[in-house]
Write a new protein. Sequence first.
Length: 309
Amino acid sequence: MTKTNEPVLHIDHLQKKFGKFEALKNVSFDVYPGEVFGFIGPNGAGKSTTIRTLLGILRANGGTATIFGQDVFKDSVSIHKRLAYVPGDVYLWPNLTGGEIIDLFLKLGGSMHSQKTDDMIKRFQLDPTKKARTYSKGNRQKVALIAAFSTDADFYIFDEPTSGLDPLNEEYFQKSVLELKKQGKAVLLSSHILSEVEKMCDRIGIIRKGEIVETGTLAEMRHLTRTVIEFKTIDPAPELGSMPGVHNVVTQANGLQTFSVDSDHMTEVMDYLAGKQIVSLQSTPPTLEDLFMRYYNTDENTKGGVKNE
């Protein structure tokens, strides 16, 4: 993706305190038109606090955040006219039907029920005639998602949007987001489902204890992760375990060996194995989960770093 245009969302050193507690210490990232940006981190890392600040619900203590070039707190009313938002837990009016609530959401956002709305109701397999009090959590999510996808917004914010959805509806959600991307819309997706983020997002930001610890494409981040190699050679490879960047060498009963290797040491390791006459070799590329766990698998005593193995 070429960033030839101005970002829809620009966050620069955003900070938020609740009393003495620093919920956000240093959050900076941009989201561009036609981009799906994945915002990941565990509960309590600061994802929802960041999003509430972007929505103008909370006022930041430091730094700046703009959407469409406007201040998220001062200009929240005009920003919201071009924005669609789905939270992770949707509360609905219990005595209204799903269809009535979708139409109400659309009306509040200055939109109307359209063919696209009907298509989304069909896609997500929602019964719009039932009262909201009869809906499961998944069906409540569907109501908000249908309303959001029916809106012709310029920026979509999804905060754990698929919680409660079954796998088929998760797939419908992913398909709908990719359609928004094709239309040149900007999407901020906060999620803890790493496979979902990996499948859909152009770039990823990892938040840890109120700070962004890594931002970039998954390809750019792969240098921080390890590739798992399974191999068999004619000659033994005793020096492998002591080579730089090599971890967890295991010999299996069938003679195959496995190990993980840091990406920046891959060339030396492959050269070494090639000299041992490779019979078979299979590599498993690093995933977003590997990267994520690198930042979160830390001991209580590990100070600001990654636990060494």
